[in-house]
Design a protein around this ligand. Structure first.
Ligand SMILES: Cc1cc2nc3c(=O)[nH]c(=O)nc-3n(C[C@H](O)[C@H](O)[C@H](O)COP(=O)(O)O)c2cc1C
Length: 338
């Protein structure tokens, strides 16, 4: 890679922590972040993260081994905190001496951070921090680094934008801690801005989802290239009795029907035709398997096309190395102009 001295200097702490050339993480994306994309990211100087998602410990074991066969560079594993086999998955990471475990999907359950940091092959722990108070708590509980992710991001999101989270958290935390900023980053100029505010690095998902090395179905990629920022919308909860965790995805027939489904289930509740927990389960299960259908089968009509608002900046399939090079050179250009 060409050298980008100003950007590299600001990324130094983050890159040292990750063991990678740049402090650019490719956030784990279920079904997308598997051996091919993860190894390509790490080989190109970024930091790839395997999305464990709903994988069994056996599947994760195979995926880590297969990724290792494709890269000798460091990469991480993203585990969802509510996975029923979380501690077995942690043991699999330990067996393979994975250097970094990212805990996503909520507050890490008791003992999980200790299990990751304590074994024969201790790993670094990276957590998501939705608020400043929780960020401080996570750091006190042993998190080695945090990701702050705004609602511009693809996938499951919180209610606050990246720019506000960055302004709230970086001045308080960035001097003494490693904070990576995620959500809505499409170009290097934005990376330069967050680095200058004190971020140790950045995490991108959408920008890498359609890279040449991504195994996502060609129709999934085409939908991304056609979309503009305003097509990546957050799912909306229609009824206070039926909780919906907001997910940002490209709108399609599936997302329209989800709204109709919520109205229909709320109606059956009003008429007392079903019990509350049955109604809530129907809503929860609506999207089961939908991301796989979109990413792997190319079902862009009813699958879940999780995408962030930066999707409008994606126009064509590019190799991961070219994307990282472009991000670094855009950041460098911005810093040089200051
Ligand atoms: C298709 C897709 C799937 C995702 N799946 C996961 C996941 O399984 N676990 C997770 O922690 N984050 C997941 N994310 C979030 C990404 O890891 C990353 O934090 C996010 O994409 C960054 O914001 P950006 O999309 O604006 O670049 C997903 C994002 C996308 C676009």
């Amino acid at each position: 890679m060409t050298t980008y001295p100003k950007t590299a200097r600001l990324m130094q702490r983050g890159a040292d922590f990750l063991g990678s050339e740049t402090a650019i993480l490719c956030g784990a994306m279920s079904w997308v972040s598997e051996r091919n994309l993860v190894s390509a990211i790490s080989n190109a100087g970024g930091f790839g993260v395997i999305a464990c998602g709903a994988m069994t410990p056996e599947l994760l074991d195979r995926e880590i081994a297969a990724t290792r066969a494709l890269t000798d560079k460091p990469f991480g594993v993203n585990l969802i905190t509510m996975h029923p086999d979380l501690f077995e998955l942690i043991a699999v990471c330990e067996k393979h001496a994975v250097g970094h475990v990212v805990l996503a999907g909520g507050i890490p359950p008791k003992g999980s951070v200790e299990a990751i940091k304590g074994g024969k092959n201790p790993a670094k722990v990276i957590c998501f921090a939705p608020t400043l108070a929780l960020a401080k708590k996570l750091l006190r509980s042993g998190a080695d680094a945090l990701v702050i992710e705004g609602m511009e991001a693809g996938g499951h999101i919180g209610p606050v934008s990246t720019s506000v989270l960055a302004q709230e958290m970086l001045p308080e935390l960035a001097e003494d801690h490693l904070i990576f900023v995620a959500g809505g980053i499409g170009r290097g100029q934005a990376i330069a801005g967050y680095l200058e505010m004190g971020a140790a690095g950045v995490q991108l998902g959408t920008r890498f989802a359609c890279a040449q090395e991504s195994i996502a179905h060609p129709d999934f990629k085409k939908a991304f290239f056609r979309a503009s920022a305003r097509d990546a919308v957050a799912s909306v909860q229609v009824d206070p009795r039926l909780p919906v965790i907001p997910v940002r995805a490209l709108k399609n027939k599936g997302s329209e029907e989800f709204t109709a489904k919520q109205r229909e289930v709320a109606g059956t509740l009003d008429r007392e035709e079903i019990a509350m927990n049955e109604a809530q389960l129907q809503i929860e299960h609506y999207w089961a398997g939908a991301l796989r259908r979109a990413v792997i089968d190319g079902d862009v009509e009813t699958g879940s096309l999780m995408a962030g608002q930066s999707v409008g900046m994606l126009k064509e399939e590019e190799p991961v190395a070219a994307i990282i090079e472009k991000l670094m050179s855009q950041s460098e250009e911005a810093l040089t102009r200051r």
